[in-house]
Ligand binder design. Structure first.
Ligand SMILES: Nc1ncnc2c1ncn2[C@@H]1O[C@H](COP(=O)(O)OP(=O)(O)OP(=O)(O)O)[C@@H](O)[C@H]1O
Length: 260
């Protein structure tokens, strides 16, 4: 696991006068499970959107498989497929689950409807929801909606291998879920990583202790727009880094300024 798949070099991003990312260097290696943690408002979702190619940095460079990315993902030309699971499941309420999961293929491929339906069924089986294709998002629980959004993120076009994601980015996949529903999602993230031919690299932004410990091999800690610490999950137990110690203990005393 030493081959860099995605590299951010000196990336900065401001919204107005607020510098959210400040000279961030970050590498995601092929095949790794990277956790991105840090206090609220510290730029975790922003960094994910920059990695996904949904947002341009003001400064810095992004390399995908060693090739500098020019522009956003919508401009095309990207060798590596990147799938994103948003914090809110971001499903279309007026479409069925089947239409949501197959959305990109219905829009962008010439596959016959029956073939897309088979592919959708395959993905819904993978996320443990074989019977919900005919339902609307409003008829599902929050955890089920998240799993449907996973099925959509791993959808690929068998006639065009470049369409399938090689990297999955999860933005707070367990936010708002009870501990058991969170475990289902965490297991699913690991299961999808190990499925041959679907996706072997991911980054997950999370606040939840269980999600961090169960889905990440390596962690980076973001605070004030910078990577302040990185290490393995087990190293979090022994580190003397005061930011990590405060964050994981939940203490209001320490170098992290308490919001609000
Ligand atoms: N499109 C935008 N326009 C203006 N400000 C933005 C925009 N997106 C993010 N921000 C601001 O950037 C800061 C970082 O936001 P971001 O969502 O990346 O943080 P986060 O670490 O993911 O937070 P949380 O853990 O609470 O989800 C916040 O202050 C947010 O208000």
């Amino acid at each position: 696991m030493t081959e860099p798949l995605i590299e951010l070099k000196g990336v900065s991003k401001s919204f107005g006068r607020h510098k959210v990312l400040d000279n961030v260097d970050l590498t995601i290696y092929r095949g790794e499970a990277l956790g991105i943690i840090g206090p609220s408002g510290t730029g975790k979702s922003t960094i994910l959107r920059v990695i996904a190619g949904l947002l341009s940095p003001d400064e810095g460079e992004i390399y995908v498989q060693g090739v500098r990315r020019d522009g956003l993902i919508e401009d095309g030309g990207q060798e590596v497929g990147i799938g994103m699971v948003f914090q809110q499941a971001a499903l279309f309420d007026s479409l069925t689950v089947e239409e949501n999961v197959g959305f990109l293929l219905y829009q962008n491929s010439n596959l016959p409807r029956s073939r897309i339906q088979d592919l959708v069924k395959e993905k819904l089986d993978m996320v443990g929801l074989p019977e919900v294709g005919h339902l609307y998002p409003a008829e599902l629980s929050g955890g089920m909606r998240k799993r449907v959004s996973f099925a959509r993120a791993i959808m690929s076009n068998p006639d065009d291998p470049t369409v399938g994601p090689e990297v999955l980015l999860y933005d707070e996949p367990t936010a708002g879920l009870d501990p058991i529903a969170s475990t289902v999602i965490e297991d699913l993230i690991r299961y999808l990583q190990c499925l041959h031919g679907v996706c072997s690299t991911y980054a997950v932004v999370t606040h939840q202790d269980s999600t961090m410990r169960r889905t990440a091999d390596r962690l980076i800690f973001l605070y004030e727009g910078r990577v302040q610490w990185q290490g393995t999950v087990s190293e979090t137990y022994n580190t003397e880094n005061p930011l990590i110690k405060q964050f994981l203990s939940g203490s209001v005393q320490g170098p992290i300024q308490v919001a609000g």
